[in-house]
Design a protein around this ligand. Structure first.
Ligand code: FAD
Length: 512
């Protein structure tokens, strides 16, 4: 019996079956065997009167936007294939980011406090052979998804939203004046929040294989001797199985959460979740200084996150992807909840304005999922933190590079370090880090070029240049704002979306 079989058999339910099902899905993605579904059709016939402004398909993160729109008076129907309920495991996020729930009037102060299940400080960043970097107030809050989603569900319904549980999305027909969903719901706009395996997104991508994957395995368990601090990014092993393993750890309400994750391409021979889980359990005692038999496992956690180099271009009018289905989270982290929370204000105001001005065409909605150089530049970092299947590099090269970069960031101070750890990349901080690391460790930086490849590097330079341009455009837009606020509604919709694109695309949304 493997370690994985042994540990997972102690948990209620068929967790091992779930892990293996995850591996089957992953294999079909890597082997490119799953055909793209055909769930969206278009017609030129008019739909006539609609019952809803918005139909949201998928409730996990869909309820965040659904609730925010319902509070603004938008007629929203939300379809969830099962029962809308948050998972047991907390979502980690930074405290400041949660403020948006108050600003959008989704939660009261007391409700927000209750949604916070855990708080801890400080957290560590550390790589094999390098110094430790400690930070406070980054991803140090554990939000209780069960309470959060239940509270938002009640607020949604109280604000006039209608929830349809056990109602899976099956098809949509886009008309010039509306969209018909499941031959049942007539709406002006369909919001797809069905996660990264959404049939709508898969059709839009026409079966395109992801450019990279992040695999994550982990658990929440009791029995650790120390559980007051966390790890944001840590590695203590060289490259193995052509993967660099990274770790995260957080104090949780009912134990300690530990995750091991790694980045890879989609080659069919790449390892799967069960193999990774076995390595996770094998390395646990070295990581946390605890024997497996001293731990009481509360639950196992695992998943994989496909990421694409190019932002999703939805070919239809009246359909907008949000959350994991939109692919707008960082390829570096699996913080899709955090990404949705960060974009919640932008999406709420943007969708509301699109509805008010009737700007629901393909091009108008494309501006709600803009190109973000701040995200695009992180592709190089992901490449630099992974190895090709047949590539030979010094097994400690990634550790050495990351160690050097984070030491320079620490010297540059928290304004450089903290946004980066929260998935926000800004031009001045990135430029300073590049210059400082390049001067202090030219040999290490030179080794990265053959590792990531010249093509990736050149492509990156374009996004890096765009990051600088977006920073200037965002700065200019703030100067022009007093004149722009008197624009007529329709041009104002486009201006506001451009400003949002420059703001988020330059990391200008970050505030400490
Ligand atoms: C192990 C692990 C740890 C994580 N930790 C964190 C963390 O600490 N912080 C953080 O920010 N993020 C974290 N994440 C990421 C976060 O959980 C996801 O980004 C988030 O769940 C994405 O939500 P989503 O609604 O977009 O997609 P999903 O979670 O995939 O949800 C999709 C929703 O759509 C519904 N649905 C699917 N198909 C249909 C259909 N046909 N019809 C109707 N409904 C449908 C599903 O039932 C579900 O409710 C973690 C993820 C994993 C796997």
């Amino acid at each position: 019996m493997s370690l994985t079989e042994n540990v997972l058999s102690q948990l209620p339910g068929d967790v091992l079956g779930g892990l293996r099902q995850g591996d089957r899905l992953l294999a079909s993605l890597k082997e490119d065997t799953a055909s793209a579904p055909m769930v969206v059709k278009e017609t030129q016939q008019s739909l006539g009167t609609v019952d809803w402004d918005v139909v949201i398909c998928g409730g996990t993160l869909g309820i965040l936007l659904g609730c925010a729109l319902a509070v603004k008076g938008v007629r929203v129907a939300l379809m969830e294939r099962g029962i809308l309920r948050g998972r047991e495991q907390e979502w980690n996020i930074s405290r400041k980011e949660l403020q948006v729930f108050l600003e959008l009037n989704l939660l009261s102060d007391a409700e927000l406090e209750q949604a916070i299940a855990t708080k801890y400080n400080p957290a560590r960043v550390s790589f094999f052979g390098g110094a430790e970097v400690w930070v406070s107030d980054v991803l140090n809050i554990g939000v209780d998804p069960v309470y959060l989603l239940e509270t938002l569900k009640q607020r949604f319904v109280a604000s006039g939203g209608k929830l349809f549980e056990n109602t899976p999305f099956t098809e949509a027909v886009v008309h010039p004046d509306g969209v018909m969903v499941n031959n049942q719901f007539k709406a002006r706009l369909l919001i797809d929040a069905m996660g990264h395996l959404s049939p709508i997104t898969r059709q839009a991508r026409q079966g395109e294989k992801p450019d990279a994957l992040c695999l994550v395995v982990g658990s929440c368990a009791q029995g650790f001797s120390e559980n007051h601090t966390g790890d944001l990014l840590l590695s203590f092993t060289p490259v193995q199985n052509q993967c660099q393993y990274f770790w995260e750890a957080f104090p949780a309400r009912d134990g300690r959460t530990t995750y091991m994750f790694t980045y890879m391409d989609t080659h069919p021979q790449r390892l799967g979740l069960e193999v990774l889980f076995e390595d996770y359990l094998r390395l646990m005692s070295e990581y946390q200084g605890v024997e497996l038999n001293q731990l009481t496992f509360k639950r196992a956690l695992f998943g994989f996150f496909p990421s694409y180099r190019h932002p999703l271009k939805t070919p239809w009018s009246r359909i907008l992807p949000v959350g994991d289905s939109s692919g707008s989270q960082s390829p570096l982290s699996f913080g899709g909840f955090g990404a949705m929370v960060r974009h919640l204000q932008r999406l709420t105001f943007g969708v509301h304005e699109a509805l008010q001005t009737d700007q629901l065409s393909t091009n108008a909605l494309a501006l709600l999922q803009p190109y973000q150089p701040s995200l695009a530049v992180t592709w190089l970092f992901q490449r630099a933190m992974s190895v090709d299947l047949n590539q030979e590099i010094d097994p400690n090269q990634i550790n050495q590079l990351l160690s050097a970069v984070f030491q320079q960031m620490q010297q540059l101070g928290e304004p450089v370090l903290k946004p980066f750890l929260q998935d926000v990349v800004q031009f001045p901080a990135l430029t300073q880090t590049l210059i400082k690391t390049g001067l202090a460790h030219p040999g290490l930086v030179a080794k990265v070029i053959p590792q990531v490849g010249l093509g990736t590097l050149l492509d990156w330079m374009v996004h890096y240049g765009n990051l600088g341009i977006y920073s200037i455009l965002f700065w200019l837009s703030q100067i022009l704002e007093p004149w722009m606020k008197n624009l007529p509604n329709v041009p104002k919709y486009y201006w506001n979306r451009l400003v949002d694109g420059w703001k988020y695309g330059s990391g200008g949304d970050y505030s400490d």
